[in-house]
Ligand binder design. Structure first.
Ligand code: ZN
Length: 248
């Protein structure tokens, strides 16, 4: 079994295409995506179409949901990006609007495969809850989260890759030399973000799961091209472009 697990593409077509190339160059044909295909970036339609073509299991993220319904709990720039995204997805001049809605509407919030759970945010609140590194000190939260995980959980949402262990440790991908072996203990694996990394490494991030080995991959992509597309779109805050350079 060999599977690529990606998340948080966020309408960044250049990052997504580069990651797809990296996946295909390893002969991997099965791709799971943990949601937030859209939001923030300049190519929501193209990213959604590619996901429909290439991804076997795609989950609903909070930005995807907000594009379908009403955005709640987003900051101003994220909210404006969501309304702009909705306009693009609904645009009758771009063919396939109703199929795009149907597809977004059909996405599950959770997917379970044996003893592995796939979610966007957290195992107990799959759409909206963040699990950050500092949460290892929040005993109550960690206990609850681990209590609902069969054994492993793959998640995204924070855009910060890393591994949370049942022993309340957190490891960055660098700290484990980009490889982690799944054992008998419970773990939560954050796969990072394809289209808007926030761990100060601007390269796109995802993982490959091969049997019980998780390998982190970092992929360079032409981010200046993405930024050039963001800048002239008034509804997309220029900060959404600039942050791609810094990976934050
Ligand atoms: Zn996201």
């Amino acid at each position: 079994m060999k599977r690529a697990i990606i998340s948080d593409i966020h309408s960044n077509l250049e990052a997504f295409e580069s990651v797809l190339n990296d996946i295909e160059s390893q002969g991997i044909t099965e791709i799971f995506s943990l949601g937030d295909t859209v939001g923030y970036g300049p190519n929501p339609v193209e990213c959604l179409e590619l996901v429909r073509k290439k991804v076997a299991v795609c989950l609903l993220g909070n930005h995807d949901q907000a594009s379908l319904y009403d955005p709640e709990g987003f900051n101003n720039s994220a909210e404006r990006a969501i309304f702009w995204t909705r306009e693009q997805l609904e645009n009758p001049r771009i063919a396939g609007a109703s199929e795009r809605w149907e597809f977004l509407n059909s996405l599950p919030r959770i997917y379970r495969d044996g003893d592995t759970l796939y979610v966007h945010g957290s195992p107990r609140n799959p759409l909206n809850e963040y699990v950050f590194q500092d949460d290892i000190y929040n005993e109550r939260k960690m206990e609850r989260l681990f209590s609902v995980i069969p054994r492993y959980s793959f998640q995204g949402h924070t855009h910060v890759p890393g591994i949370f262990t049942e022993d309340r440790e957190f490891y960055t991908p660098d700290e484990v030399n980009m490889r982690y072996t799944l054992g008998s203990k419970k773990v939560m694996i954050n796969v990072g973000s394809v289209g808007q990394p926030r761990d100060r490494d601007p390269r796109a991030c995802y993982v490959v799961l091969e049997d019980n080995i998780v390998t982190y991959r970092r992929v360079e992509y032409p981010l200046e091209k993405t930024i050039e597309k963001i800048m002239p779109i008034a509804e997309l805050d220029s900060y959404l472009g600039q942050r791609l350079r810094d990976g934050k």
